[in-house]
Write a protein that binds this ligand. Sequence first.
Ligand code: BYC
Length: 309
Amino acid sequence: MEKQFEEKLEGEVRIEPRDWMPEAYRRTLVRQISQHAHSEIVGMLPEGAWITRAPTLKRKAILLAKVQDEAGHGLYLYAAAETLGVSRATLVADLLAGKAKYSSIFNYPTLSWADIGAIGWLVDGAAIMNQVMLCRTSYGPYARAMVRICKEESFHQRQGFESLLVLSRGSAEQRTMCQDAINRWWWPSLMMFGPRDSESTHSDQSMKWKIKRMSNDELRQRFVDMIAEQVKVLGMSLPDPDLRWNEERGHYDFGEIDWDEFWKVVKGDGPCNRERLETRREAHTEGAWVREAALAHARKKAARPADAA
Ligand code: BYC
């Protein structure tokens, strides 16, 4: 069975839920997919805080749709994780108990309207850079979920950029707000790609299993190269004095990430970690009646012979 599994990986045949798979492969997928799902759900919070304060009705409608998309992404991902034999209730319980990780990026506050544009451009931009390779990940349900998510994320990124473009062409105050948001979100966005390859515990094995197709550092470099060009269109700058084009490498060089800050946030001690978990716990408790009502409705429907048929 192991040989068949290896042959499938070799031949680029997707592994499906009913196929035999090594236990460690299954566990790695549950870890990564559930962390990803939690990120989508917690990721709704920083942006959700601006729905009532969006500057126009158009921006409010766009933001509402975007936040709703993130909820949808969380659901596809929890469903993909469930195909590996773990229940969504267990995964959510781990998140609420503070046992599960989610992306460090969502532990930073959204201080101005420009942060919403910066999240779309930089955070969704980093997310897509990472997720496009996941469309080719070896586990079928995860790869298929990613295809749809990537389509929606690319719309999110463009709306973020467009929103910043408007601010960058606005008043002096709006330009300052735009630059300030970029300054605050730049380094945390780079941290989204995870630790340096040399410090990454899972990369080697995940690359062998074709769960990951590119390394943390490779993806981060691609992201820097893309954003360093796009920022010129905004007429803004990135807060990194070491950022410069390296002709020899054919890439941008960039400064060192504050890894102490990264690990602090990952371990639960970032600016908003406690607030985010508290908000999720509250939402879970207050939403109990919705889950109960949905279950009662489903049971009632199943009990009606006409509906069951
Ligand atoms: N934050 O061995 P490594 C989105 C953890 S976008 C927190 O390199 P791996 C969205 C890592 O989990 C964000 N923890 O791990 C966008 C591991 O800890 P454990 C979500 C991090 O898995 C806009 C340890 O550090 N995207 O959803 O090979 C709006 C060692 O790391 C972080 C995804 O989840 C971090 N930044 O590589 C709304 C994409 N980085 O598990 C929502 C799928 C690392 O041993 N995930 N850690 O306790 C991945 O591609 C990979 O899991 C990563 C990390 C590249 C993130």
